[in-house]
Design a protein around this ligand. Structure first.
Ligand code: AQP
Length: 329
């Protein structure tokens, strides 16, 4: 039997090349080596307020982008988190075994709560729900970007704590970071990770941006005071641009040095922009085809939920029995 993989994306903001390189493109590469479940984590999205009609549209947009990126729905299950109630059920049980101190250490909570006027309890509990998402399917591998490493470590701690309290129940999952593109930085500020919720015009390249917009955004990207690429002294902005080129093209380190050493920044930006456009154009074409048939998309999500629900329900039953909760069976 193939090991199971689980990963997810929040239906918030516009999916960008950081999400693509850190998550989606790796899912596509590994999906056939595992039994794969890819999730649109809408319950995570509502940890901060979302306009209902926008959220609903975003869920379908992200599902279409999963397919456009190359997720094969015949092999991999694409699911919306809230359509499988067991995610919420298990999250509560795991909440009860998770010390608050563990959650207080989460850097993403600190960063996200600082930006909120009112901090909902859901934002604090977010990593427990994420642990439930993964542990529900006994996923062995979780392919994510580097920003999720701390949450994955917490998932492992929660699994181990539950197992030690109630007996061997959960698989303790491994984090799988991509070789290139684990942390794509903002183009306007290369000290901060590229993020969906950073609204600045020059910050991110969205997967559905037009070629003109992509060229313009790269053209404005922050570099450093050198006139041209110098691998020994380059700043984080240039490193980020080179990293994006390398991640999209798969160029080896030596070839990167040969190609880019001494290249003026204007030319570097053009090269990176064209490489990204070349990869995104077919994805955008597939996206247009997929969204032309909303019935197909809804069918994929229904089928995904139907495929994984028995696995999820079995886990909840097992956890209830382990904890001494009432089960009819
Ligand atoms: N900049 C990034 N570089 C590499 N990987 C990234 N990921 C996110 N940003 C980068 C990876 O994309 C997957 C989905 O992310 P998410 O939507 O679940 O959550 P996020 O990390 O909170 O994404 P954003 O873009 O920062 O969104 P907002 O601004 O809404 O919080 C994850 O595997 C993540 O590692």
């Amino acid at each position: 039997m193939k090991a199971r993989v689980f990963s997810g994306v929040q239906p918030t903001g516009n999916l960008h090349i950081g999400n693509y390189l850190g998550a989606l493109s790796n899912w596509v590469k590994i999906q056939h080596s595992y039994e794969s479940i890819f999730c649109i984590v809408d319950l995570h999205a509502v940890t901060v307020y979302q306009k209902p009609e926008e959220l609903r549209a975003k869920i379908l947009e992200i599902a279409a982008l999963f397919l456009a990126a190359g997720i094969d729905p015949k092999h991999s299950s694409i699911i919306v988190q809230s359509s499988v109630p067991a995610h919420s059920e298990l999250a509560w049980m795991l909440t009860c075994v998770t010390p608050m101190g563990w959650l207080q250490r989460m850097t993403q909570f600190k960063a996200k709560s600082a930006a909120q006027e009112t901090v909902g309890d859901g934002l604090f509990q977010y990593p427990v729900l994420m642990a439930a998402d993964i542990l529900l399917y006994h996923a062995a591998i979780v392919p994510v970007g580097d920003d999720q490493s701390q949450h994955l470590e917490l998932t492992r701690d929660i699994a181990q704590r539950f197992n030690s309290l109630y007996g061997e129940t959960f698989v303790v999952p491994e984090t799988k970071l991509p070789g290139f593109g684990a942390r794509v930085m903002g183009l306007d500020d290369p000290t901060a990770k590229m993020s969906k919720s950073s609204a600045g015009a020059g910050h991110a390249i969205a997967l559905l941006d037009t070629p003109e917009k992509i060229r313009k955004t790269f053209n404005r990207a922050t570099t450093d005071s050198n006139p041209a690429v110098d691998f020994a002294t380059m700043g984080p902005g240039v490193e980020n641009l080179l990293g994006i080129y390398q991640a999209f093209s798969g160029t080896a380190d030596a070839a990167m040095r040969e190609k880019f050493t001494g290249m003026r920044y204007g030319d570097l930006k053009k090269q990176v922009a064209e490489m990204v456009i070349m990869h995104l154009e077919p994805l955008q074409q597939r996206y247009r085809e997929i969204t032309a048939d909303p019935g197909y998309l809804e069918g994929v999500l229904r089928e995904g939920a139907a495929r994984v629900t028995p696995i999820a329900n079995d886990t909840v039953e097992l956890v209830k029995r382990r904890m001494g909760l009432y089960t009819a069976r």
